[in-house]
Design a protein around this ligand. Structure first.
Ligand code: BGP
Length: 475
């Protein structure tokens, strides 16, 4: 059977500045939280990544050729303001993004531009990152500067995945500063990001620039491992921990009483204090939710949660050794996949129904949201260049095509069920480095040979082009 995407559905590719640009020491860029941290870890370097700082025009030309109509890029805050604060402006950084957006225009590609994608300037990270009021004020100043400076951008995204940032910084410890089990800090950082997001949405709307503004969330669909009341409750707690505080804060403009009581339950179980919010902040959240233009959904996998009352224990699979990840959170629950669920080498479940269910949830539970984009989805695979490769070598990636076909079918199902999904961005446009996994976890439509940064096309790019041109998904 032939499944169809709506006529005006946008087909895009996604990236993040720090994962593709490289050039971390070039043209006056300030340090970010990752630079020294990665150097100390010694596992991999953010330079030259995919060398997008120099190769953007080549990637955009390839994108145009393979049916990519829009791209998600992020602005590296510390290229514009090296210290994060507006006291010092770096004109070469500003110039770079003007050139990047001009190249988008030349190649008929719409930029969706994220203001913060995990790359807090080091000076602000050192004083508390999302826990510091100075960070919030500086972020608003930087955002307003960008809105004025780059009128060519018509789609803005405030923050990429506030959840991932807060949890990985303060609970699982996989992002700098690498803290574990500080649920209180994670929830406070989540609330603060909701506030920063709201202030920026409200500022943007006051400026009347005629573009659109949204936010991007990491949304894992959470299911109970079994029908037992204990597992069902554990799944609710996990959902509150990962999804609900953001969804409520940015899409409804208020936290429901159930969300608050679930959050409190988690914190009480861990003997940690509730996050603080003010009435004024809640008014800002409410105002922003009523003016938001779209939400971006990043969905790769789903989770199944089982009741658990032991100590917290998390192990990150950062190498692609299947079956090595562990997540047991005290006061929440334990991740456990039911038999028969397919997984990637990094233990991410392949479960397209989860995409359908999360899109429907936004449609059903958050009626203020005018439009949804899938802003990230894709599969990380171990891929290599054949030793006899020539310029025309095409990388065969049948697993990616299979994954995409299944997830697109789920998206079309959701659209047919009433979800207003207006576009899709594959993670990722080109191979780039993964924050906690390095260069071996490849997601791109375009293969990057990391020592030389030369591009090769993957078969999935041909598949993507056909879908982009026909909007028809073959079974
Ligand atoms: C999202 C991030 C991306 C990207 C992607 C894949 O959470 O927004 O920046 O990294 O996930 O994740 P990973 O790199 O861990 O495989």
């Amino acid at each position: 059977m032939m499944l169809k995407l709506p006529k005006d559905f946008i087909m895009g590719g996604a990236s993040a500045a720090y994962q593709v640009e490289g050039a971390t020491k070039e043209d006056g860029k300030g340090k970010v939280l990752w630079d020294d941290y990665l150097e100390k870890q010694g596992r991999f370097s953010p330079d030259p990544a995919a060398d997008f700082y120099h190769k953007y025009d080549e990637d955009l030309a390839l994108s145009e050729k393979y049916g990519v109509q829009a791209i998600r890029v992020s602005i590296a805050w510390s290229r514009i303001f090296p210290n994060g604060t507006t006291d010092k402006l770096e004109p070469r950084g500003v110039e770079y993004y003007h050139k990047l957006f001009a190249s988008c225009k030349k190649h008929h590609i719409i930029p969706f531009v994220t203001l913060h994608h995990f790359d807090t300037p080091l000076k602000l990270h050192e004083i508390g990152d999302w826990l510091s009021p100075v960070m919030l004020d500086s972020f608003v100043d930087y955002a307003k500067y960008c809105f004025k400076e780059f009128p060519e951008v018509k789609y803005w995204i405030t923050i990429n995945e506030p959840t991932s940032m807060a949890i990985q910084q303060h609970v699982s410890g996989t992002f700098p500063p690498g803290e574990k089990d500080r649920f209180d800090k994670a929830f406070q950082a989540e609330h603060n990001q909701n506030v920063a997001h709201a202030r920026i949405v409200n500022a943007y709307k006051n400026m009347n620039l005629g573009g659109q503004i949204g936010v991007v969330h990491a949304l894992q669909t959470v299911y109970p491992f079994s029908d037992s009341p204990a597992d069902k409750h554990a799944a609710k707690l996990q959902d509150a921990f990962e999804n609900r505080l953001y969804l409520d804060g940015t899409l409804a403009g208020k936290y429901s009483s159930e969300t608050i009581s679930l959050v409190k339950e988690i914190l009480d179980a861990n003997n940690q204090p509730m996050f603080k919010s003010t009435e004024e902040e809640m008014k800002e959240l409410d105002k922003a939710a009523h003016q938001l233009d779209f939400v971006g959904v990043n969905n790769y996998f789903s989770k199944w949660i089982k009741a658990y009352d032991g100590d917290s224990e998390t192990v990150h699979n950062g190498t692609g050794a299947k079956g090595t990840s562990v997540s047991r959170l005290h006061g929440i629950g334990e991740e456990r996949k039911p038999d028969g669920i397919e997984t990637t080498d990094w233990d991410w479940s392949i479960y397209p129904k989860g995409m359908h269910d999360i899109l429907m949830r936004i449609h059903d539970e958050y009626p203020l949201v005018p439009a949804t984009y899938v802003t990230e989805n894709g599969i990380g695979l171990k891929e290599s260049l054949p030793s006899n490769a020539t310029d025309d070598t095409i990388i065969d990636d049948p697993k990616r095509i299979d994954y995409l076909r299944k997830y697109f079918a789920a998206i079309i199902d959701a659209i047919n069920d009433g979800a207003n999904v207006k576009g899709y961005f594959i993670w990722s446009l080109q191979d780039q480095f993964s924050w906690t996994n390095g260069y071996s976890k490849r997601y791109g439509l375009f293969f990057v040979d990391f020592p030389t940064q030369k591009r090769y096309v993957k078969k999935s790019a041909y598949w993507f082009k056909k879908l982009s041109e026909t909007h028809e998904l073959e079974d």
